[in-house]
Design a protein around this ligand. Structure first.
Ligand SMILES: Nc1ncnc2c1ncn2[C@@H]1O[C@H](COP(=O)(O)OP(=O)(O)OP(=O)(O)O)[C@@H](O)[C@H]1O
Length: 605
């Protein structure tokens, strides 16, 4: 059950919202001038609400527990005061020690936090050293990194404890502890590690807990780590025209593939897109399917080596790829008022995974509850739907609907970040269509309608509407034959082979990434992750859409009614790439005509 946390003379949400209107600047927060330079370099103009509220409290030395929505800038809200305080201490003391420990649930997030520290500390690199303990380096290397007592250590609770136990990490001089994604960290099974870390913390450590929701887990952590913290519950208003426009389309199982083909081939969605699917095989099924139409995508799942995963996210953020297909294996389970399932991360055998794969084709196969299946091959510290800062995501496409409204919220939080707009489109299988097309069926779709009802209710509470996205299925029908053709080529064997091949390729790339590219970061762009995996049967004719397939009314005829246009500001990076592509005689990336706009009345006939 969600319990309301007590507020310690901290403004109520209403006051907070009011407070957001006061003009505050980073300089007025009293931050070190070198940090202000770092902030300016990142083009942050004004602090966000959580930054305005949390930074002064942290600078005063208060413990802080802040709840603010995903994408609201929580990372800077805790990093900036800590960096400031470390720099301040260094003006009077030359003792080198580990002052801050930042605990995060996933490796991806650890990498992201490390990068953010580097960006903020770009003008004081001599004074701030941060070490990320989730990197896959040998124990000896890790020991040597820690031997110099870096100012800030970033780790998952498990990694932190491992290094404490092995005496590589010392927290004797620790002054600041942060737990980011506090509501999530326990669901990753880090309870024991956190208890163990708590035991060795010196007295008087200032603690900051950051969370998107205040759950009983956060309450537990508060009890374990905080001394009467200032509690910030920040509900930012969604300004009109901002945020995520949410759409849902009810369709048959195979129609998910039909629609995704039409959407990407005809570029109905403009900008970058994250497609969430229910499991790893599904990633490959969809990638191989799209590949046949010449639509490139890259994959993120827990099976891929961490270096590859991080590289994929970085390259996606630099606009190298447009489509990521991510399997959301650590889906955030349950509603806020439902107790969380335990035992998510057990060990596994390949046999279990095999059953999982076959689950698609054997509807009656009795599988253990999905979250309890074992996963040694997969990385426990993988997490995509939450925390990772994918930049400029125009659309989140729930190819497979998540199983809880909470998970839905976190997934759609990957778009419309930092004040941008975005769109979320979800495919939903009506109960009567479930298991009607076995090869494309997925077990989690069984309760899609029930989950959708919960999502609609949950979003309505936040004043958000989930609208129907109406495709004109008669027009889309013209593409069905090609869809069927492509789908038939994506056999289970092709999927399995592609999965193994990609894993092998990524392992090689990962090794290369680790050894060579640490020293030559500039070379990283040569490694691409969206290469073709090639199914058994190559059907090159499918890559082109002949005119006779296009509806008479142009692309506009494919949907009816008002549908979401994804406002997507072009980044300078994008414009530069478009220009240089043009120079090389290639079609520029940014299209002048936005097909979605045609739905709003501008015909492209
Ligand atoms: N003051 C600011 N001005 C402009 N952009 C900002 C500002 N603060 C943060 N950002 C940008 O906003 C994005 C989201 O920030 P961040 O990842 O810290 O959000 P978050 O609240 O931690 O989200 P999540 O809960 O999903 O982890 C990042 O790209 C970050 O660079």
């Amino acid at each position: 059950m969600k319990r309301k946390l007590d507020a310690n003379n901290v403004p109520s949400p209403a006051e907070d919202v009011k407070g957001s209107k006061e003009e505050s600047t980073f300089a007025s927060l009293g931050l070190d001038s070198r940090l202000l330079q770092g902030i300016a370099k990142q083009k942050f103009q004004t602090p966000t609400l959580v930054q305005t509220k949390a930074i002064p409290l942290a600078l005063e030395g208060r413990d802080v527990l802040a709840r603010a929505k995903t994408g609201s800038g929580k990372t800077a809200a805790y990093l900036l005061p800590i960096l400031h305080l470390i720099l301040k201490r260094k003006q009077t003391s030359s003792t080198q020690c580990t002052s801050a420990l930042v605990l995060v649930p996933t490796r991806e997030l650890a990498e992201q936090v490390t990068k953010t520290i580097e960006a903020f500390a770009a003008f004081c690199t001599k004074d701030i050293r941060a070490v990320n303990l989730t990197q896959k380096v040998s124990e000896a290397v890790q020991r040597s990194l820690l031997a110099d007592s870096p100012d800030i250590v970033i780790a998952t609770p498990a990694r932190a404890f491992e290094n404490l136990e092995g005496s590589a990490l010392s927290l004797d001089s620790l002054a600041y502890l942060v737990i980011d994604e506090a509501d999530l960290v326990l669901s990753y099974g880090y309870d024991e590690d956190l208890q163990n870390v708590a035991k060795v913390l010196p007295k008087g450590v200032q603690t900051i807990l950051m969370s998107a929701t205040l759950t009983s887990e956060v309450e537990t952590l508060k009890g374990l780590f905080c001394r009467s913290p200032a509690i910030l519950e920040l509900d930012e208003p969604d300004n009109a025209g901002e945020g995520v426009s949410q759409y849902v389309v009810k369709c048959a199982e195979d129609e998910k593939f039909l629609l995704v083909y039409v959407i990407f081939k005809l570029k109905l969605i403009k900008g970058k897109c994250i497609i969430f699917v229910g499991d790893i095989d599904r990633c490959y099924r969809l990638k191989l399917f799209l590949e046949q139409f010449g639509i490139r995508s890259c994959i993120l799942n827990s099976e891929l080596p961490v270096n590859s995963r991080i590289h994929v996210v970085e390259e996606f953020n630099k606009n190298v790829y447009d489509i990521i297909i991510a399997s959301d294996e650590h889906e955030i389970m349950g509603d806020e008022d439902t107790p969380k399932e335990k035992g998510v991360e057990e060990s596994t055998s390949s046999k279990d995974v095999e059953k999982d794969d076959e689950g698609i084709e054997k509807p009656e196969a009795k599988l253990p509850p999905k979250k309890k299946r074992k996963t040694t091959e997969k990385d426990k510290e993988y997490g995509i739907s939450r925390g990772i800062d994918f930049k400029n995501v125009a659309c989140v496409l729930n190819f497979d609907l998540p199983t809880s409204p909470k998970s839905y919220t976190h997934r759609i939080g990957r778009t419309a970040r930092a004040g941008q707009t975005g769109m979320a489109l979800s495919f939903v299988i009506p109960a009567e269509s479930y298991r009607k097309h076995v090869p494309t069926s997925i077990e989690s779709a069984k309760d899609d309608e029930k989950v959708l009802a919960k999502i609609i209710k949950h979003q309505a509470k936040k004043g958000k509407e989930v609208k129907p996205y109406n495709f004109d299925m008669k027009q889309v029908e013209a593409f069905r034959y090609r869809m069927g053709d492509a789908l038939r080529a994506v056999t289970r064997i092709a999927i399995r082979e592609a999965r193994t091949r990609e894993l092998r390729q990524e392992l090689i790339k990962s090794e290369k990434l680790k050894r060579h590219f640490e020293e030559n970061p500039g070379d990283l762009h040569h490694l691409r992750h969206d290469g073709e995996l090639r199914p058994a049967r190559v059907q090159s004719h499918l890559k082109h859409v002949p005119d006779y397939l296009l509806p008479e009314g142009g692309r506009k005829a494919l949907t009816s009614g008002e549908i979401g246009f994804v406002g997507f500001r072009k980044t300078t990076e994008n414009r530069r790439r478009a220009r240089s592509a043009k120079g090389r005689g290639k079609k520029p990336i940014g299209r002048k005509v936005d097909p979605l706009k045609t739905f709003k009345g501008k015909s492209r006939k």
